[in-house]
Design a protein around this ligand. Sequence first.
Ligand code: AMP
Ligand code: ZN
Length: 467
Amino acid sequence: MALRFKNSFTRTKEEFRPIDEGKVRMYTCGPTVYNYAHIGNFRTYMFEDLLRRYLKYKGYDVTQVMNLTDIDDKTIRDSQKEGVSLKEFTDRYTKAFFEDIDSLGIERAEYYPPATEHIPEMVVLIQKLVENGLAYEVDGNYYFRISAFKDYGKLAHIDMDGLKAGARVAADEYEKDSVSDFALWKAWDEADGDVYWETELGKGRPGWHIECSAMSMKYLGETFDIHTGGVDNMFPHHENEIAQSEGATGKKFVNFWMHSEYLIVEGRRMSKSAGNFYTLRDLMEKGFSGVAVRYLLLSTHYRQQLNFTLTGLDAARKALERYLDFISNLADYVGGVSSGGEAEQVIRKVKSGFEDALDDDLNISGAMGVIYDFIRDINRLKAEDRLSIEERDQALETIRKIDTVLNFTYNEANLDIDEEIDSLIAQRTEARKNKDFALADKIRDDLIARGIILEDTAQGVKWKRKV
Ligand code: AMP
Ligand code: ZN
């Protein structure tokens, strides 16, 4: 089956074809680095990780750009409140962002351009819009004139006729029912303090929307394959990006628009302003691992709302444990007789089922269902001792290939403390032999405190990481 995505622009599922064969260029709106990201934000970045990893699984060479918004109303306001420079303030949260995506096993994009390092590109773009009659200046501020851009509203499906256009907003975000000319450049005022650039547009700073047009086109070209974000980005942010980019180049900006649904808490969108948020750090303090949060965020289809509860996270952790135990037990399995073709059939079924599901607009729930069938079937063959070593190896290879997309095993892979653990396990075995059970228990408890669980099996002591 061909790879298909629901395109928010056309509201239909379309077959995905990149502009250049074998290559995908995609832009994903990134964080405003004014605080720790919450897991609602990470839901969107997790969807993008799945998209990226699946495209790579399909053999595409992916170039992904994610911007870092290190200048806007919020970063200025909060850095001033703390009395530190904008750079010192945003560097702190940029660093935290990268730590968090590493904890979540989110693969790094090829580019993370910060807005403050692309002011000249934004100025050139604004000048081009003025030249094309789409932007105008009032007291050193530059605005986009939406009435002059005939396609405004096409992405968010806004009927411009019934709306009173022409009002201006300086703020970066606004509502659908008051469609407004929006700020491309804001003249310096006292509230900005020492945050400004002296440019051909005057002394000031860019609005929020212009950065994504300038940086996406710089790294990906004037027309590229995929642009993503959360549903809240669709309007006005992405609508404005289209207006700015197409208004400047006269070319189609993006072929596929994809938007992920919200993570919600008790019926409300998780957000900083509502105060109903958890950061990844909050959850880790409660004893959950990054990979358990990854499982939870990844395993609901991106176009469905995900209702977050701690009970749900605990259930995700248990399901993850089952998956991880399956892989580690399979690796330890010494093999029985051949299944006479049954294993091969089970393997073929999981491969095609996994791909059919993800080809269908990243249907992850379908894909997970197929994987749990596979786990059940292979476990049954194992229990009947009807899985040869060759068949076991093929099953392992298959699940490992699938795991390049799911990435649920990265905790184990990243362990660089194996030797130390092995030596502690040897000390514990020695202590037990000497009947020093107090020492043996202490070693086990110390390891548990570090998130390492020991299991005494017929093949000796095994350990695994708590998830
Ligand atoms: P922001 O830092 O507010 O610009 O948000 C960064 C990203 O997180 C954007 O792509 C938003 O669409 C996304 N986002 C914010 N809140 C949520 C939520 N509750 N669920 C899913 N995505 C969200
Ligand atoms: Zn953006």
